[in-house]
Ligand binder design. Sequence first.
Ligand code: MG
Length: 259
Amino acid sequence: MKFTRFEADNYVYTGVLEESIIKEISGDMYGDWEYTGRVYNADEVKMLAPLKPNQVIGIGANFVAHQGDLPDTLPEIPVFFFKPTSSVIGPEENIVIPENIESVKFESELAVVIGKEAKDVSPEDILDYVFGYTIGNDVTAPQYFHEAGHWTIGKSFDTFTPLGPVIETKLDPSSIHVEARLNDEEKQNSPTSLMIVPIKEMISYLTKVMTLKPGDVILTGSPVGAEMVGDGGVIECEIKEIGTLKNTFKAVGKKAGVS
Ligand code: MG
């Protein structure tokens, strides 16, 4: 099932996408909901990020290029970071390159959406707590990584977390490819089997530290091939089973007549 948030006539709705039709729902997407009976044509509405996340957590440097590069043991403390929910945008919105820099990095990622409160859950059971999966672009300005290793600022600018286009609830995350095309040229295309910290272990680890709640989003890391992009670049992050998340990079620092 593909859950979506969308705007029509200045109102925001939640619905289920079936081919080109969206069936509006009411209630709690993670729990009790029902169809309202109203139906929209997907081409005639504005698709939004498919949820307003409770929080967004990312994992750093989590893909290798080849199976043989996978380490024998998992890292004792994986590199996690938070992204502010204010950085979330939806499909087709512009990713704004901050003033004073000319380019930022795209990172196409599988994004896990938590559906049930989870604390101290084993890797074997953790997928029972997952509501579904969407696509995230973990946009990054490495120019703003602190020399002491802190990534927060470089991950936090407004518009730096495109999500969408839908949350797919029926997905086997072990059997998919995470892809990205920049200006129609393939840049990333890796199976999730190339993750260093696998999805189940990653989320289980987080639940040993913090209570995860419905609406929490975990960005599971980007395949090899992410690049810096400047003004006008068009990025399409794709997971075939979910859809394509397309955004355009826009520089605000380059205003006409201002140097
Ligand atoms: Mg990332």
